[in-house]
Design a protein around this ligand. Structure first.
Ligand code: SF4
Length: 369
């Protein structure tokens, strides 16, 4: 396995360079390129061509390489399937929005949480990602944005924000970040320090790992917290999210309240709206009736929160269906009538399989054939 220069400390990089008979300033040049997310040595234009070739034989730049990339038809979303050195594959998604450029990163290869509507957990948990492997996902997106600017691709002419670097990070891709809390914290510290991404532009999303939320409170940075709720009662939540058998709704929301009160932040509540096909082929609402919305409103009453409603993004292996647009709006109207801030998450990249873990799963199935 080739060494990954991104993983080297400055001293190690300097030693690597001088051991090859090169002057020390080459280490500084390489470090700069690595910090920009250079995917290969060929991109390092201020190094002599022979050196670039030598380095290519001897080492790898980032701890991951792009295996596949998909661009949505509207140019707003780019999804990357990345392969780590040990062959594990993960996904990250770049979203060009009106408020900036957001990257959704994975924190684990696979996931052990077993949520019944999710593709990411179908192959189980393979391993935690290192802080460097999470960081590299942001650099891949950053490199893409800069390349787009140079090539004038995927850049919307009237949106200044879309012409900038990565401005927001959501840790909402494959994996449960609070099962890999210390590496996630390490990663966030570095994203803030090295890339200048403000705490308030970084969101950690959890299915409700209470000790992990308590660890974030102890850590003390004013990032955003999102709770994947997906059901308004313990009974229903327990059916689709096994974690609820360990940490009940009341306990999860109490920990989340402590976090948001500490930082005076609005809590994000993620709620996937699910339907199910009955024997007549009609879609019945699973967690998305007006009665469910009423119960959710009661549960969240008095909290400083925003509910993000996410119409289910189909995963072939899962036995759910997307609710109709009318059902989604009825659910939202009920929450709003009860005074709960609610928005419907705009579907992004449906043409490129944007459901979490779908691309990774499809690729794994293809490789099995
Ligand atoms: S929804 Fe999140 S926590 Fe649940 S299985 Fe999928 S990746 Fe894991």
């Amino acid at each position: 396995m080739k060494p990954v220069l991104f993983n080297f400390t400055d001293a190690e990089l300097s030693e690597f360079v001088t051991a090859r008979g090169l002057p020390k300033f080459r280490a500084t040049q390489i470090r700069e390129w690595l910090g920009r997310g250079a995917p290969d040595f060929a991109s390092m234009k201020n190094l002599p061509e022979t050196l670039r070739r030598d380095l290519d034989d001897a080492a790898q730049t980032l701890p991951c390489k792009i295996v596949r990339r998909l661009d949505s038809g509207d140019g707003e979303t780019t999804k990357f399937l990345l392969e780590m050195q040990d062959g594990e594959q993960i996904e990250c998604v770049l979203m060009r929005t009106t408020y900036g450029n957001s990257v959704c990163v994975s924190s684990q290869a696979g996931c052990a949480m077993g949520c019944r509507f999710c593709a990411s957990t179908l192959l189980g948990l393979k391993r935690n990602l290192t802080a460097n492997e999470i960081f590299a996902q942001v650099l891949v997106a950053q490199w893409e944005l800069r390349r787009n600017r140079a090539d004038k691709t995927n850049v919307r002419p009237n949106g200044d924000a879309n012409n900038g670097d990565v401005s927001h990070i959501v840790i909402m891709g494959t994996g449960e970040p609070l099962q890999n809390t210390e590496n996630v914290i390490d990663f966030i510290e570095r994203a803030n320090k090295d890339l200048g991404i403000g705490w308030r532009r970084i969101t950690v999303s959890t299915c409700g790992i209470v000790p992990g939320i308590r660890r974030l409170i102890e850590w003390g940075r004013p990032i955003n917290l999102a709770i994947s709720l997906h059901a308004p009662t313990d009974e229903l939540r327990g059916q689709i999210m096994p974690i609820n058998n360990k940490y009940k709704l009341g306990e999860v929301l109490a920990a989340a309240d402590d976090f948001t009160n500490l930082h005076n932040r609005q809590l994000m509540i993620e709620y996937i709206l699910l339907g199910r096909k009955n024997s007549d082929g009609e879609t019945e609402l699973y967690n998305a009736t007006e009665e469910h919305a009423e119960k959710l409103a009661t549960l969240l009453h008095g909290k400083n929160c925003m509910v993000n409603l996410i119409p289910w993004n189909a995963v072939d292996e899962r036995d759910f269906a997307s609710p109709s647009g009318n059902a989604v709006h009825r659910f939202q109207d009920t929450l709003i009538r009860r005074g709960i801030h609610t928005r419907i998450r705009r579907e992004r990249g449906t043409d490129i399989g944007s459901a979490c873990g779908q691309l990774r799963l499809n690729n794994a199935k293809k490789n099995e054939k």
